[in-house]
Design a binder for this molecule. Structure first.
Ligand code: ATP
Ligand code: MG
Length: 468
């Protein structure tokens, strides 16, 4: 009993659901954990031994138990099993060192909700606890921390696509890195989510980062996080996307747009499997599965010295190429019908009839914007057609000479976009509108800066339409 650290109970009147039990035979680790958990506002109690913890579980009634794996008398797996038997509603997290991932998986099977690979940061501990609480509060299980709703199914009648999906399904089972190549709007992100959902990490976080959406400096701290005061404006410590994706999948979207400088840092993380927060002192270990996407031919980028060869080989473990829509002839009428029907249902219209002329017409188009463009066109078509059949003139496509490199879509996360815009304007003000200096300071090319400024001016207006 004297080996037990009590914390917080006297000063905290929280109900039983706020109690956390810590089981670890390592004295200093246990004390540190009790202290950290207490600081998060929970009532914490530490036990050096599994059987002692089990004796007290009825009386202490923790909502969460954090248990070490390797302990002299009773190991963590036994603790989990017995704890689940005595108090089935208790949430349990296993703490274990690298190299015992299989055991962690075994622990999950025994009923543990999560595991923490040692050494872990207190930030990660906090995040895991918060996620578990949110899962509990919303009546869901810890799996709900994947956040994203069930993604749309990948619809296809193209034999090549069907083959690609079955390959993706087999690849999903491994933890290997995947590189998805395809034109804009072909469904790269959809495929990445498909792989995540069918992987052993399906109930773990899926975190996406658009590498094209941010200037270098911001992207770096977005990916790796930063310590408070790491640079001007870093007012609070920030957890990077790598750490957020811990135990799950990280989607590096538009990887081809990353600068060479950042590519070097990314390579290091992928090699070492640990991240350095900007301004941080110690690297933080991460366990992630990486999926990267690009609409560039990366091998060609390597040839032209715009992409690091070593990084390319590290990413290109399982390359998947999604064919453009124009090379999937069966999919054009099939998806056109599907999107038209869905759009009609959404708009409260009768199920539309696609005329033969319209079908023949859409099959001849180049579909530079691929599935995304087809979906938009069909949505407008059913509205324009009203009660009559859909005719070719109801299908205006986006400008046919779309540049090979389509403008990057505004990221869904508006705040990031705003953050970037604010940073650009602030930097411009600082350098008295000298664009060369601003671009240098921001770590982007003048061209990118110019494009960004144009984008802010037009405010994302509609792309020009061309009638057939
Ligand atoms: N086979 C498909 N079936 C149904 N919907 C699809 C299919 N492929 C793509 N989509 C839809 O098309 C849109 C574009 O897909 P997604 O964002 O995955 O493409 P992307 O290749 O990542 O595009 P970008 O290069 O512009 O980022 C999404 O709304 C997606 O749901
Ligand atoms: Mg995408």
């Amino acid at each position: 009993m004297d080996e037990r650290e009590r914390g917080g109970s006297e000063m905290n009147s929280a109900d039983a659901t706020e109690r956390i039990m810590i089981v670890d035979d390592d004295h200093s680790m246990r004390v540190a954990l009790v202290e950290s958990v207490r600081r998060l506002g929970y009532v914490a109690e530490g036990f050096a031994d599994g059987s002692e913890a089990l004796e007290h579980v009825g009386q202490f009634q923790p909502w969460l138990v954090l248990t070490d794996l390797k302990m002299p008398r009773m190991n963590g797996l036994e603790v989990i099993k017995e704890m689940k038997r005595r108090a089935p509603r208790t949430t349990i997290v296993l703490m274990t060192a690298y190299g015992t991932v299989e055991t962690a998986v075994e622990a999950m099977k025994q009923g543990a909700s999560d595991y923490l690979l040692k050494p872990f940061s207190m930030d990660l501990l906090e995040r895991v606890i918060t996620n578990l609480r949110e899962g509990r509060d919303s009546g869901g299980r810890a799996g709900s921390l994947t956040g994203s709703p069930e993604p749309r199914p990948i619809l296809t009648q193209d034999p090549g696509m069907a083959q690609l999906l079955s390959t993706s399904e087999s690849i999903a089972a491994s933890h290997a890195t995947v590189l998805i190549t395809g034109e804009s709007g072909t469904g790269k992100e959809l495929l990445a989510r498909f792989i995540h959902r069918r992987s052993p990490r399906a109930h773990r976080p899926f975190i996406a980062v658009n590498c094209a959406a941010l200037p270098d400096g911001l992207l770096e701290s977005e990916l790796f996080g930063h310590e408070r005061g790491a640079f001007t404006g870093a007012l609070v410590r920030k957890i990077g996307k790598f750490e957020m994706a811990h135990t799950g999948t990280l989607l590096l979207d538009e990887i081809g747009e990353m600068t060479l400088g950042l590519q070097a840092k990314l390579l290091r993380v992928l090699q070492e499997r640990e991240v350095d927060r900007v301004g941080g002192r110690e690297p933080v270990p991460v366990n992630i599965r990486v999926i990267a996407t690009t609409n560039r031919i990366l091998a060609r980028e390597v040839e032209q010295n715009r992409f690091r060869e070593d990084l390319y080989y590290r990413l290109n473990v399982f390359p998947l190429t999604i064919p453009p829509l124009r090379e999937r002839p069966a999919d054009i009428p099939f998806l056109a019908r599907h999107f038209a029907a869905a759009a009609a249902a959404r708009n409260g219209l009768a199920q539309p009839l696609l005329s033969d002329e319209a079908l023949a017409y859409v099959q001849r188009l180049p579909w530079k914007g691929n599935i995304r463009e087809l979906e938009n066109v069909m949505e407008r078509a059913v509205v324009l057609a009203g009660r009559g059949p859909v005719l070719p003139e109801h299908c205006p496509v986006e400008s046919r000479d779309v540049p090979a490199q389509l403008p990057i879509a505004q990221p869904a996360n508006g705040s990031l976009w705003e953050m970037e815009r604010e940073l650009i304007f602030k930097t411009l003000a600082k350098v008295k509108d000298n664009r060369t200096h601003a671009a240098k300071e921001l770590g982007i090319s003048i061209r990118t800066l110019r494009n960004k400024l144009r984008e802010y001016r037009v405010g994302g207006g509609p792309i020009s339409m061309q009638m057939p």
